[in-house]
Design a protein around this ligand. Structure first.
Ligand SMILES: [Ca+2]
Length: 275
């Protein structure tokens, strides 16, 4: 399995695309320990729309609001926070992080955007309109994904723990211990709060899990295998599925991945062959 370390992220970028795709498919299959516990309902997807996405964006955070995607990208020296036009994928505005920071998840809170960083223990706060940094905060874990349930911020750190943070003070108010059939589910990455449940990418797989915030139990899992085809990447280098955003007004669900040239609007459906 490809480990999530600084060096391995750059090793990933040196892989030929075909080999990388094969490695990722292998990793996704090999790391599917929770998939084998089959009492969790499986969903598939239908592609509703396909949009351009910057193949230079190492997507670590994604959220939608009023026609615009807010996207956080990673890698040292390349991390950004950007506003992106959904239809064209055009970057409307962006701010660059210090080269010592590796950008991670993003969430909206009121007129602010919150962005995590990976191993710096530092969260960044921006004004939503102009992406100007207006504050920061610290946390004792790694920072991976973050979302909001309109009362709190919910943050992942790469383990099976979701941290519930006060959105004003960033103090931890509680934790959700995530389990799939009673087994801790690690690797929780990019998050999105959708209609009372938490959707999470599971690094480094093609699975998205649907988590009950009350119990931490995985209530459903979405098999995203195959959404990005080899013909889509045409020799370019891609990394794993990561990035979930939701348009609550129009009930639209968006997904993409790190360095993916496409972003998809999807509809969830029962997986073929499942009950
Ligand atoms: Ca998200």
């Amino acid at each position: 399995m490809i480990k999530r370390s600084c060096s391995s992220r750059f090793v990933l970028l040196a892989f030929p695309a075909v080999l990388l795709l094969a490695a990722l498919l292998s990793a996704a299959q090999g790391s599917s320990h929770f998939v084998e516990t089959d009492s969790i309902p499986v969903l598939g997807y239908q592609i509703v729309n396909t949009y351009p996405h910057s193949s230079l964006a190492f997507t670590q955070g994604l959220v939608y609001n009023e026609g615009v995607l807010y996207e956080g990208t990673g890698l040292y020296g390349r991390s950004t926070l950007r506003r992106v036009d959904l239809e064209t994928g055009r970057v409307l505005d962006q701010t660059h992080l210090l080269s010592t920071l590796f950008g991670e998840g993003v969430a909206l809170w009121k007129d602010r955007i919150i962005q995590l960083t990976w191993q710096s223990g530092r969260g960044l706060v921006y004004g939503k309109e102009n992406l100007t940094e207006i504050g920061n905060f610290s946390y004792p874990t790694e920072g991976w994904g973050i979302t909001s349930d309109n009362k709190s911020l919910i943050m992942s750190d790469g383990t099976d723990i979701l941290h519930i943070l006060d959105p004003e003070s960033f103090a931890e108010k509680g934790r959700i211990l995530v389990t799939a059939n009673g087994t801790p589910l690690k690797g929780l990455n990019e998050l999105e709060y959708i209609k009372g449940q938490i959707y999470a990418n599971v690094w480094p797989t093609n699975w998205i899990v649907i988590i009950s915030p009350e119990s931490g139990e995985v209530k459903g899992k979405i098999n995203m295998q195959g959404i990005l085809q080899e013909r889509d990447i045409q020799g370019s280098i891609v990394d794993v599925l990561n990035g979930i955003a939701y348009d609550a007004l129009e009930d639209r669900l968006f997904v993409t991945g790190k360095l993916w040239p496409k972003l998809f609007e999807i509809k969830l459906v029962p997986e073929a062959g499942s009950d």
